[in-house]
Design a protein around this ligand. Structure first.
Ligand code: PEP
Ligand code: MN
Length: 365
C-alpha cells in the first residue's frame, strides 16, 4: 500500500464534526424494527445505519438473519432518514445482493477475515468499487491476517478502506466477550496511520455496562469512529441482546464522551501526551494481568510442593530464572539492576503466596 493517504479520503469527504458513528441493531429483524431504530437514530450523532442481514453464528441453531429481504428495509430506512447504510457481506453472492440494494458501506466480519479464501472472494467481487469497505479484525489475535485482508482489497483496487476493531476471542472467560488487545490495533495504527480505525465496543464488551469506557479509550487513542449495536428494545433483540443499547443511551454517551480535536500547538501537545498516556495505561493493565496470571501458577506450584512435602525456596531454579531474564532484559534495553529489582519483588510475592498455601495446610491440622 504505497499511497495510504487515499485510505482516509472517504472519511474526510463525510465532513463530520465528530468521530464517525455507525449504529443500529445487531440483526435486522422486521421492517418495523429497522425503521423504528433508524428514526430514533436520526436524533443522534449516528450517520450510518448498521444491521446484520446474514448472521454468521459460531454455533448453528441461533438466529441466522432474515436474508436478502432485509436489504429492502435498509433501502427504505435510507430513503426515510437520509442515513447511509451498512451490512456484513461474507461471500460474492452477498456482495451482489448488497450492491443491487444500494448498501453504502460493506463490512467484512471477524469470522471472514480469518480466511484468505473468503477475503479474496469478496475482494474480487468488489474489484474497483468506490464503495467503502470496512474490515473487522480476525477472531484470533493476528495482526498479519488483518493487514493481509486490507492488502487483498487494496490490490483489488478498492481504495475506500477502513478497519473495525472488535476484539479477539480467548478460551479463558474474561470480563470481555472478546479481549480488546489494544496493542494490536495500536500496532496497526502505527503501520498505517491513514487507515481509518473504528471501534466496535459492542462485540468487545458483550455487555452494556462497559461500552462507554471502551469508547473513551478508543477516542483517547485517536480512533476515527465507533460502531455501536443499538436497538429500541435491547433485551428482546434476536441476537446479541446483552450488548445492545438504546438510541437514547447512545445519544447520552456521545454527549458524555470526551473528544479531543487536534488543533493548535498547545492542544496538539496535550492530545499527543494523552494518547501516549493511554498507551501506557493499556500496557500497565496488561502487566498487572500477566502478574496475576503468574501468581496463579505460583499458587498451583505451592499446592504441588505442599502435597509432596517439598521446600518452597528452590535456589537453583531461582538463579536460572534470574540469569535468563537478565539476558532477555538486555535485548529490550533494560538494565541488569532493574531486572534484579523487579524479579526480586516478583519472587517475594510468589513466596508469600506459596507460604499462605502451606500455612493453610498447617492450620488444618
Ligand atoms: C456483528 O457485527 O454483528 C458481527 C457478527 O460482528 P463480528 O464479525 O465482529 O462478530
Ligand atoms: Mn452482533
Amino acid at each position: 500500500m504505497e499511497n495510504t493517504k487515499e485510505l482516509r479520503n472517504w472519511l474526510e469527504a463525510m465532513k463530520l464534526s465528530h468521530p464517525l458513528v455507525i449504529a443500529g441493531p445487531c440483526s435486522a429483524e422486521t421492517e418495523e424494527q429497522v425503521l423504528k431504530i433508524a428514526h430514533e437514530l436520526k436524533n443522534t450523532d449516528a450517520t450510518v445505519l448498521r444491521a446484520g442481514i446474514w448472521k454468521p453464528r459460531t454455533r448453528p441453531g441461533n438466529f441466522e438473519g432474515v436474508g436478502a429481504l432485509g436489504l429492502k428495509w435498509l433501502q427504505k430506512a435510507k430513503e426515510e432518514t437520509g442515513m447511509l447504510t451498512t451490512t456484513e457481506v461474507a461471500n460474492a453472492h452477498h456482495v451482489d445482493l448488497a450492491l443491487q440494494h444500494d448498501v453504502d458501506i460493506l463490512w467484512v466480519g471477524a469470522r471472514s477475515t480469518v480466511s484468505p479464501f473468503i477475503v479474496q472472494e469478496i475482494a474480487d467481487a468488489l474489484k474497483g468499487t468506490n464503495k467503502i469497505v470496512l474490515i473487522k479484525n480476525p477472531v484470533n489475535p493476528d495482526l498479519s491476517l488483518w493487514l493481509g485482508a486490507v492488502e487483498r482489497f487494496y490490490s483489488a483496487n478498492v481504495k475506500n478502506l477502513g478497519v473495525i476493531h472488535r476484539g479477539f476471542s480467548t478460551y479463558e472467560k474474561t470480563k470481555y466477550r472478546n479481549n480488546p488487545e489494544w496493542q494490536i490495533a495500536i500496532d496497526l495504527q502505527h503501520k498505517f496511520p491513514d487507515l481509518p480505525l473504528i471501534l466496535d465496543p459492542s462485540h468487545i464488551a458483550g455487555r452494556r455496562d462497559i461500552i462507554f469506557d471502551l469508547c473513551q479509550t478508543a477516542l483517547d487513542l485517536n480512533y476515527d469512529g465507533l460502531m455501536v449495536e443499538t436497538h429500541y428494545d435491547p433485551d428482546n433483540a434476536w441476537s446479541d441482546a446483552a450488548q445492545q443499547i438504546t438510541p437514547a443511551t447512545l445519544k447520552q454517551m456521545t454527549i458524555d464522551l470526551k473528544i479531543r480535536k487536534e488543533e493548535g500547538d498547545a492542544v496538539e501537545f496535550k492530545n499527543k501526551l494523552a494518547t501516549l498516556r493511554t498507551k501506557i495505561d493499556v500496557i500497565d493493565n496488561q502487566l498487572i494481568e500477566m502478574l496475576g496470571k503468574r501468581m496463579k501458577i505460583a499458587d498451583a506450584i505451592g499446592e504441588l510442593k505442599r502435597k509432596n512435602n517439598v521446600a518452597i525456596l528452590q535456589s537453583k531454579r531461582w538463579n536460572e530464572i534470574l540469569g535468563k531474564m537478565i539476558l532477555e532484559g538486555e535485548e529490550h534495553n533494560l538494565s541488569e539492576e532493574f531486572i534484579l529489582r523487579i524479579y526480586k519483588a516478583i519472587h517475594q510475592e510468589s513466596i508469600n503466596h506459596q507460604n499462605k498455601i502451606v500455612s493453610q495446610e498447617k492450620s488444618l491440622h
